[in-house]
Write a protein that binds this ligand. Structure first.
Ligand SMILES: [Zn+2]
Length: 247
């Protein structure tokens, strides 16, 4: 490679690296989108699960209420039976025995009525909580649908940008010397970091260390690849004259 062409090659390689850096960040963002959408869906699912649990609890309370009311009705029937018997008994003992049974039923009913009151309060409370949850889930549903659409829109835009960039890259890559391109890709694949480092004011742009004077002089000739002695990246240094475009 002639002097001019190596400098141009380094410039092209540096641009490729910038290009790839952007492509990588687009890819990374693109890959996070499904996770964001899943999080949104999970939050709605969580609300819906809470509603199901609350509804089940309410159904249980209402079932208990029905059975307590049925107990009261059965006791009422039994009480009437005892009272009818009382009219036909012949001894005081028999009468008192029936009276005790009736007292027992009355006592039982008092307890049941107490329990019914508690269950009714519980039922009212659950109904109120359910209404609250249903309002929240409706709100959440609306919110997440909107956000999900935004993410899908972003996903589409990112995909288009990635496709564009990838196409540009494939048009761009053949301009770069094969051997240099191979070194670049090997480095990137192995180290996942920049291969070309800009050298400005005698300093390596990647590791921030001073480029040794002899190295700097060599690099400014653009006759062969010069590597930073510290971070081992290819140095693309500022040309000695500001007429030459850089980077
Ligand atoms: Zn360095």
């Amino acid at each position: 490679m002639a002097n001019g062409s190596l400098r141009q090659q380094l410039s092209l390689l540096y641009q490729l690296q910038e290009h790839d850096r952007e492509l990588l960040s687009l890819h990374q963002r693109f890959q996070t989108i499904p996770r964001h959408i899943k999080q949104l869906e999970d939050s709605v699912t969580k609300f819906k699960t809470d509603i199901t649990a609350k509804s089940d609890e309410l159904a249980e309370v209402e079932k208990s209420l029905r059975s307590k009311n049925a107990e009261l009705e059965m006791n009422e029937v039994q009480r009437e039976k005892y009272k009818t018997e009382q009219r036909t008994v012949t001894t005081n003992d028999q009468y008192t025995a029936l009276e005790n049974q009736i007292d027992y039923l009355d006592q039982k009913d008092l307890e049941t009525e107490e329990e019914i009151l508690e269950l009714m309060e519980k039922s009212d409370q659950l109904k109120e909580e359910l209404t609250g949850l249903e309002t929240e889930v409706a709100h959440e549903d609306e919110n997440t649908s909107k956000q999900k659409l935004e993410f899908l829109e972003e996903q589409k835009t990112l995909k288009e940008r990635i496709d564009d960039k990838t196409k540009q890259r494939s048009e761009y890559l053949p301009k770069i010397d094969k051997e240099l391109s191979k070194q670049y890709h090997n480095w990137i694949n192995r180290r996942k970091t920049d291969f070309v480092s800009l050298g400005r004011n005698g300093t390596c742009g990647s590791c921030r260390l001073t480029i040794q004077p002899q190295n700097l002089k060599e690099a400014q000739k653009y006759e062969k690849l010069v590597f930073c002695t510290s971070c081992k990246r290819v140095l693309y240094v500022e040309p000695p004259s500001s007429d030459i475009p850089y980077p």
